[in-house]
Design a protein around this ligand. Structure first.
Ligand SMILES: Nc1ncnc2c1ncn2[C@@H]1O[C@H](COP(=O)(O)OP(=O)(O)OP(=O)(O)O)[C@@H](O)[C@H]1O
Length: 518
């Protein structure tokens, strides 16, 4: 198996985008993976989904737009492209702009016309195959002759499709046996759907638990003997940033376990502080001791995924919770109430009262969880439903306008996009409301890092930063591509912890709880 040519990948990327038939996409990808040297599989998966392993490489749109005569023959390999991008990312210091321009030109000159198109889209952040990873998984399964469900399970236990795909394609389906739940290997967390009300959630789920929805950061805490490791929802390790959580995990009277929960900063009265403060505490790597003293955080656990060498994922929720309750003492466990019979008016009232009480205590809503449901790692399961009084959307910042007056020098008015089926983003409106001075400063720094162009009034960015938006409904507007825009959109907070691929979709906005167009 020779090295994979970039031309092949560019062609497949176009074919996948061009067809809406899922089975066709999978077949095209299966052919590609069957021809990919296993070591290059992670790169191929990343490029197809529009991710650069180097992260940001700091080249602007103007550099990418430089016309360079394309090569006549396809010789550029995927591995060669990666090496060129690594070199680009490493350029620093005086003259780096010129040097970067030169390297981009060299790369473009080695590329054929279709490869150039692909590279420009990849580097500008325009390759956005939102659902690509799910389809890539099926493509890999087909190429390896393995049942997709087995591959999915391995990925959810290992946390990494590229890693599973590499060994699967190299060694064959028998290797899937090797992926077992392991302390120290993070699992993709289970996510929730939305319900309009507690009553709807009870009706949909039957016997269930109603839990506080804490407005913090999702964490997964692994312990094996004295070794404690903490991971985010995107499976990044953040053990060193949360010494107090490590301490709590060490004190738990158990030896080997994986806990799922939320970390949150509470004030003296036990009420949550604004989300931004928890997020910046969890996000800060420098001088952790000072940050921890100034803004201590506490973990609150709501699930137990493994205990003493047993995987608990397939147990019904109430059994996992019973194990959790034995392992973790009360204040470290999420508050909840159980509804065994949703037809019983008394229990329904108790659930509503719990929801109201949770909001009174300053939390953002509740999660309603079916008692009999297993833990569907990595999925937005139908058995967890979240209910919040204010409906919000998670949208992607596509661009931002420089502010005026008090906001001069700050990026203010945000252009907001929802996810479309083809992985691109559709602009739904703009807002500069709800932003505090601190949020303005923070977003200006972050958006500058993501900038691809600046015409002096508007900065276009790579579509990577999510913002949570509250709004009062939809309004017809021929100026926006979906024909509607958001009424009174305002920023609730930034969501740097949530990947852009999980932004709300246009369909959901248009069909959602506030879809009535006025
Ligand atoms: N009791 C709880 N059970 C499960 N998740 C909880 C709980 N309390 C807070 N959460 C948080 O809520 C999230 C579940 O909502 P969802 O899966 O929709 O993710 P999300 O998009 O981050 O939600 P949102 O944007 O509403 O915060 C979890 O990822 C977790 O961080």
């Amino acid at each position: 198996m020779g090295r994979m040519l970039l031309a092949r990948l560019a062609d497949v990327s176009e074919q996948v985008a061009a067809t809406s038939a899922r089975s066709r996409k999978i077949a095209v990808l299966a052919d590609l993976f069957a021809a990919t040297p296993p070591a290059e599989v992670p790169l191929v998966i990343a490029y197809l989904a529009g991710r650069l392993p180097q992260g940001r490489i700091g080249i602007g749109w103007s550099t990418l737009k430089d016309p360079v005569a394309p090569a006549g023959h396809a010789t550029l390999t995927v591995a060669g492209t990666d090496a060129a991008l690594t070199a680009l990312a490493g350029v620093a210091g005086a003259g780096s702009r010129t040097e970067r321009r030169r390297l981009v030109r060299d790369l473009m000159a080695a590329a054929t016309a279709p490869e150039q198109r692909f590279l420009v889209r990849l580097l500008a952040g325009e390759v956005r195959q939102g659902a690509l990873d799910a389809i890539a998984l099926e493509g890999v399964a087909q190429a390896a002759g393995a049942p997709p469900a087995d591959v999915r399970r391995a990925v959810m236990l290992d946390g990494s499709l590229p890693r599973v795909a590499t060994v699967l394609l190299a060694e064959g389906p028998a290797v899937l046996e090797r992926f077992r739940l392991a302390v120290g290997t993070p699992v993709q967390p289970m996510l929730a759907h939305t319900a309009k009300s507690v009553a709807d959630a009870l009706a949909a789920l039957g016997p269930c638990a109603v839990e506080e929805k804490l407005d913090g950061i999702r964490i997964q805490v692994h312990r094996s003997g004295d070794d404690v490791r903490i991971y985010t929802r995107s499976l990044d390790e953040i053990t060193d940033r949360l010494p107090e959580v490590r301490g709590v995990a060490r004190d738990v009277a158990g030896d080997a376990f994986i806990l799922d929960g939320e970390v949150i900063a509470l004030d003296g009265a036990g009420r949550p502080v604004p989300f931004q403060e928890t997020a910046s505490r969890v996000g800060s790597r420098v001088d952790v001791a000072t940050a921890a003293a100034a803004r201590p955080v506490s973990p609150v656990f709501f699930d137990l995924l493994a205990l003493d060498g047993r995987a608990l994922l397939d147990l019904p929720g109430h059994e996992r919770h019973a194990e959790l309750a034995r392992l973790v003492p009360d204040p470290l466990r999420v508050r909840r109430t159980v509804v065994t019979d949703p037809a019983d008016p008394g229990q329904r009232r108790a659930a509503e009262a719990f929801f109201a009480g949770t909001l009174d205590r300053g939390h953002e809503g509740v999660l309603v969880k079916a008692l009999d449901a297993p833990y569907s790692a990595g999925r937005r399961g139908r058995s967890w439903l979240k209910v919040k009084p204010v409906h919000t959307l998670d949208l992607v910042v596509l661009a931002a306008e420089w502010g005026h007056g008090r906001r001069t020098g700050l990026l203010s008015n945000l252009h907001l996009g929802a996810r479309a089926a083809d992985g691109t983003f559709v602009m739904l409106g703009k807002t500069f409301k709800g932003l505090t001075d601190e949020m303005l400063r923070w977003q200006t720094d972050r958006l500058r890092e993501l900038a691809v162009s600046d015409d002096g009034s508007t900065v276009t960015v790579r579509p990577e930063l999510l913002v949570e938006i509250a709004y009062d409904g939809l309004q017809r507007s021929p100026r926006y591509p979906a024909g509607v825009t958001l009424r009174f959109a305002r920023v609730v907070r930034h969501r740097p912890d949530k990947p852009a691929a999980q932004a709300d979709t246009v369909e959901r906005v248009v069909a959602g709880p506030q879809s009535r167009v006025v």
